[in-house]
Design a protein around this ligand. Structure first.
Ligand code: COA
Length: 202
């Protein structure tokens, strides 16, 4: 009767040596990080929320072309017939030390379209930041303005700022409602008639 070997070396388990610990404990290959965060409108449409990039200039200009004169005046506080290239370049190429700009990208169309933008500009000396926000009309009243404002407030807190503030036209009821819901108050009436300054202490 032949001796049965303690280890059956023909078993597939033993056919190949075990991986070296370097390989065994190696991290799985990194998948490219998904760019941005999926967010949804109240009626279920999907958008990608991410930081603005220099490559967004064309999308910024296309969005400007879809805005009504009223939206433009409410966002920029004066009339503008076009978004000049240097300004679009400047809006897309931010200095992260003192600026944050979130965009809401609609990737269901090609090229992807920018449906909303929210940005802050930090005043280092005052330890505060000025905000601006814009959601294009077909995407309004879907919670996106509130989402962008909340992310800007969170970003200001992360930066350790004491206040976020912005100029809003007095006739801009949607924005005044939105900011009231978020706890903003009128800080003072600036010199420009028809405009108010609203702020939130952080
Ligand atoms: C103001 C603006 C950003 C609001 O964006 P939005 O995505 O429509 O806002 P939301 O859907 O998140 O609305 C949040 C809240 O704001 C208020 N609101 C928004 N639109 C409103 C409207 N037309 N009438 C009254 N209240 C309104 C409501 O309180 C609303 O909450 P509710 O829907 O639960 O009632 C958008 O209308 C816009 O871009 N306007 C042009 C640019 C501008 O005015 N920017 C602000 C100055 S920087």
């Amino acid at each position: 009767m032949g001796m049965t070997p303690a280890i059956d070396l023909t078993h597939p388990r033993h056919a190949t040596p075990p991986p070296r610990s370097r390989e065994r404990y190696a991290r799985p290959p990194l998948l490219p990080a998904p760019k941005g965060e999926r967010v949804h409108t109240n009626d279920g449409r999907e958008l990608c929320l991410r930081h603005i990039e220099p490559g967004d200039v064309a999308a910024l200009k296309r969005q400007f072309g879809r805005l009504s004169p009223e939206d433009i005046r409410r966002r920029f506080l004066h009339a503008m017939s076009e978004l000049p290239d240097p300004m679009a370049q400047r809006l897309a190429r931010i200095d992260p030390a003192v600026e944050t700009a979130f965009v809401l990208m609609d990737e269901t169309v090609k090229p992807a379209e920018l449906r909303g933008v929210g940005r802050i500009y930090v005043d280092v000396a005052a330890n505060s930041a000025e905000f601006s926000v814009l959601v294009e009309r077909d995407w309004a009243r879907q919670g996106l303005g509130a989402l962008l404002m909340q992310r800007l407030v969170d970003d200001c807190r992360r930066r350790g700022l004491s206040e976020i503030w912005g100029y809003v036209l007095l006739e801009n009821r949607p924005m005044l409602h939105l900011c009231k819901d978020l706890g903003f108050v009128r800080r003072l009436t600036p010199d420009e008639p028809g405009t108010t300054l609203i702020s939130l202490q952080l």
